[in-house]
Design a protein around this ligand. Sequence first.
Ligand SMILES: NC(=O)c1ccc[n+]([C@@H]2O[C@H](COP(=O)([O-])OP(=O)(O)OC[C@H]3O[C@@H](n4cnc5c(N)ncnc54)[C@H](OP(=O)(O)O)[C@@H]3O)[C@@H](O)[C@H]2O)c1
Length: 310
Amino acid sequence: MKTFTMPGTEITAPAVVLGLMRIVEKTDDEIRALVSAARDAGIDFFDHADLYGPPYHGCERRFAEALQLTPSEREAVTIQSKCGIRQPGPYFDFSYEHIIESVNASLEALGTDYLDILLLHRPDALMEPDEVARAFDELHHAGKVKNFGVSNHTPNQIELLKRSVKQPLVANQIQLSVTHSPVIASAIASNMLDLDQSIDRDNGIVDYCRLNDITIQAWSPFQARFFDGPFLGNEKYAELNAVIDKLAWKYEVPVEAIATAWITRHPAQMQVVLGTTTPARVEAAAKGADIHLSRAEWYEMFRAAGHTVP
Ligand SMILES: NC(=O)c1ccc[n+]([C@@H]2O[C@H](COP(=O)([O-])OP(=O)(O)OC[C@H]3O[C@@H](n4cnc5c(N)ncnc54)[C@H](OP(=O)(O)O)[C@@H]3O)[C@@H](O)[C@H]2O)c1
């Protein structure tokens, strides 16, 4: 498994991360098998959120119940969680009270004293940077959160936070797969009047994160669009699947590895956040981190996914 020192942290981070959003109804044995497949593949970094359940903190709690980590086992892994999305609603809440309350409940559900990373889940239109900073300072000084980051944020939203927040914002988790890649597609088709792909939906978030040493984490790396099922084996993406099959044969890996490799090949040193609950798929996807697709192969997948290379 390819690893790197996550800028702004002391974390040795794997290029592939296991997301636990879909485990709430899994048995202890199923969760143990999933995590064990991840650990065997070199994945020691786990992504949670207060929201994942239902109920709130449900997936965090199931993870802790199934694994019963000893203190030394806890120290050997990286646990990241998120806050800021409220249900019922939904609405977004970056208030001091909610951030503190959510982290305390995450720690209780996870059975741990600290989060390695806390992300603000989705931008809150009513965000007050000073309030966020106060919550982060308190959590940091209490040793409850070691590092902070964001998710689904634009460059200006991060800049606004940075005016008040003292700690480095080390990660931005955004939706990215070869079929859902506006963050990459718009930037390579700038200034094309008749091309919808040219519309910049995020103000250049990939370049901004590279310039500011913020690690991009790609969520839903196998989903065709927004939670509408994977593109692998999907007849709507026949051309893409033909290219993936060809590359899987060439590199002698499962197709999931090629989907992963398309993201890890990007020089921004992105992390892929897997959401599968199938141990064999974790093993298959993890293999992609060690494949270095050629430029021609990377762009062939991109075109076959329906994007324009103008
Ligand atoms: N920051 C955010 O706003 C945000 C939003 C959404 C998710 N996330 C994070 O990102 C993680 C991943 O999200 P996701 O679950 O949507 O990602 P995903 O890895 O793209 O999708 C996983 C889903 O696809 C299914 N699947 C079917 N065939 C597959 C195949 N061949 N390979 C892989 N998966 C296949 C899996 O089913 P099986 O389980 O049956 O294998 C599972 O239901 C979440 O766990 C969460 O940690 C973050």
